[in-house]
Ligand binder design. Structure first.
Ligand code: PMP
Length: 378
C-alpha cells in the first residue's frame, strides 16, 4: 500500500528545463544558451568575508530573520532605490526561492487564487499549487508582455488573493511600463489583493525609466511584498541568499513561515552579504549590455521577431513561423545544431524560445552562428 502524499504536488509536471538540459548533456560540445545564471565568479571581496567569518567561528544559529546590522543595511540599500522598509520589515532568506515559498505559505489558504501573468518563471506555479491554491494565468503576449487592465480585471474573482509580477521578467527580459504598474495598482487596490513583486533582476536594466512597483505605488505598501536576491547582481547563485520586505503585519506572518521552512539563512554568509550590498555590479552589467546588442542584431539578421528586452539576461524570440512546438524546436536544435535553448512552454507561453546570454563572448558568437544555420534549414 502506498500512503497518499500531497495530491496537489503530484499534479505538477517535472520542469521542462531539466529535460532540455539532460538532452543537451548527451550531446558533447553543445552550446547552452539556456542557462539562467551569471557566468562570472562571485567578486573576491565578497567571498573573502566568508573566510573571515569562518575563521572567527561564525558557525552557529543566527537570528531567524538575519542579523540586525545586515537588516539595517538591506533597509538602507532599498531606501536608495526609494523603497521604504525598516530593518524590522526585512527578512534575509535562502535565495528568492525561499522568499517566494515563505511568502505564499504565509499568504495562501486552500482554494485561494493567485494571478500569474505569463510567460512566467515556473516556480510561482509550483509553490502556489503545493500550497493547495489555484493559479490563474494572464497571457501578456497580446499586450507585448505588458499588463492590460481589462484582461487583468477579468482574472479577478472573490477567491483572488494575490498577483505576482516580475520586472525585468524571466523569460522575456521585458520591464513593466508605468501603465502596467498602474493597472496592477488599481486592480489590487479595488480587489484588496497582495502584489508580490519578484524584483530579482532589478539591478540588471539597460534602459532609462525603469520603475519598480513598490517605488511607484508606495500607497499600497500594506499589501505589497518585495523579493530580491543576491544571485543575479553579484553572481552568487550558489550562496542561496536573498531577502524580502513587506509591511510589519505581513512580515510577522512571513517570518513564521520562514522559521518553519529554514530557520534562517547561513550564519557565515551574512557579513559577506552586507559586503555585497556595497559592490557596484555595473562592470558585469556592461558585459551583458554588449552581449544583448549582439543577440538582438543576430536575431534581426535571422528574421526572428522579438519584443526588445530591457533587462535581465534573456531574450524571448518568436518561433511561430516555423510551425513547430517550442519543445520540438528546442529538441531539434540540440540534435541538429548542437545548441540548447529553453522552450517557451516551460514559462506557459508557446511559440517562443528563451535564449539567454550568460555565456562567454566566444560561445555566444558560436551559439548564434549555429542558431542562424539551424533556422535557415527550417
Ligand atoms: N525569480 C526569478 C524570476 C528567477 O529567475 C530566479 C532564478 N532563476 C529566482 C526567482 C530564484 O532566485 P534565487 O537564486 O535567489 O533563489
Amino acid at each position: 500500500m502506498r500512503l497518499p502524499m500531497n495530491t496537489s504536488l503530484a499534479t505538477l509536471k517535472p520542469s521542462g528545463i531539466r529535460r532540455i538540459n539532460a538532452l543537451a548533456a548527451q550531446h558533447p560540445g553543445c552550446i547552452a544558451l539556456a542557462l539562467g545564471e551569471p557566468d562570472f565568479p562571485t567578486p573576491d571581496v565578497i567571498s573573502a568575508e566568508v573566510t573571515a567569518s569562518l575563521d572567527r567561528g561564525d558557525t552557529h544559529y543566527p537570528p531567524n530573520n538575519g542579523r540586525p546590522a545586515l537588516r539595517e543595511a538591506l533597509s538602507a540599500y532599498m531606501g536608495d532605490a526609494d523603497l521604504t522598509f525598516s530593518a524590522d520589515e526585512v527578512i534575509l532568506t535562502d535565495g528568492a526561492t525561499e522568499a517566494l515559498s515563505a511568502t505564499f505559505m504565509a499568504m495562501l489558504n486552500p482554494g485561494d487564487e493567485v494571478i500569474i501573468p505569463t510567460p512566467a518563471f515556473g516556480l510561482y506555479e509550483s509553490i502556489v499549487v503545493a500550497n493547495h491554491a489555484k493559479t490563474v494565468f494572464l497571457d501578456t503576449e497580446p499586450a507585448q508582455f505588458q499588463i492590460d487592465e481589462e484582461a487583468l480585471r477579468a482574472c479577478v474573482t472573490p477567491a483572488t488573493k494575490a498577483i505576482v509580477i516580475c520586472s525585468p521578467n524571466n523569460p522575456t527580459g521585458c520591464i513593466l511600463n508605468a501603465a502596467s504598474l498602474d493597472a496592477v495598482a488599481r486592480v489590487a487596490e479595488q480587489a484588496g489583493i497582495y502584489v508580490v513583486c519578484d524584483d530579482v533582476y532589478n539591478r540588471l536594466v539597460y534602459v532609462d525609466g525603469y520603475e519598480r512597483f513598490a517605488q511607484r505605488h508606495p500607497e499600497l505598501r500594506e499589501q505589497t511584498v518585495v523579493i530580491e536576491s543576491f544571485s543575479k547582481p553579484w553572481a552568487m547563485t550558489g550562496w542561496r541568499l536573498g531577502w524580502l520586505a513587506a509591511a510589519a503585519p505581513v512580515i510577522a506572518e512571513i517570518a513564521k513561515a520562514h522559521q518553519y521552512l529554514v530557520s534562517s539563512a547561513v550564519s557565515f554568509e551574512m557579513d559577506a552579504a552586507a559586503r555585497a550590498l556595497t559592490v557596484d555590479p555595473t562592470p558585469m552589467l556592461e558585459v551583458y549590455r554588449a552581449r544583448r546588442e549582439r543577440v538582438l542584431a543576430a536575431l534581426d539578421a535571422m528574421g526572428l521577431d522579438v519584443v526588445e528586452p530591457a533587462g535581465a539576461f534573456y531574450t524571448f524570440p518568436s518561433i511561430k513561423k516555423f510551425g513547430l512546438t517550442s519543445e520540438d524546436f528546442c529538441i531539434k536544435a540540440i540534435k541538429e545544431a548542437n545548441i540548447a535553448l529553453v522552450p517557451g512552454d516551460c514559462f506557459g507561453t508557446e511559440g517562443h524560445v528563451r535564449l539567454s546570454y550568460c555565456v562567454s563572448d566566444k560561445n555566444l558568437d558560436e551559439g548564434l552562428r549555429r542558431l542562424s544555420n539551424f533556422v535557415s534549414t527550417l
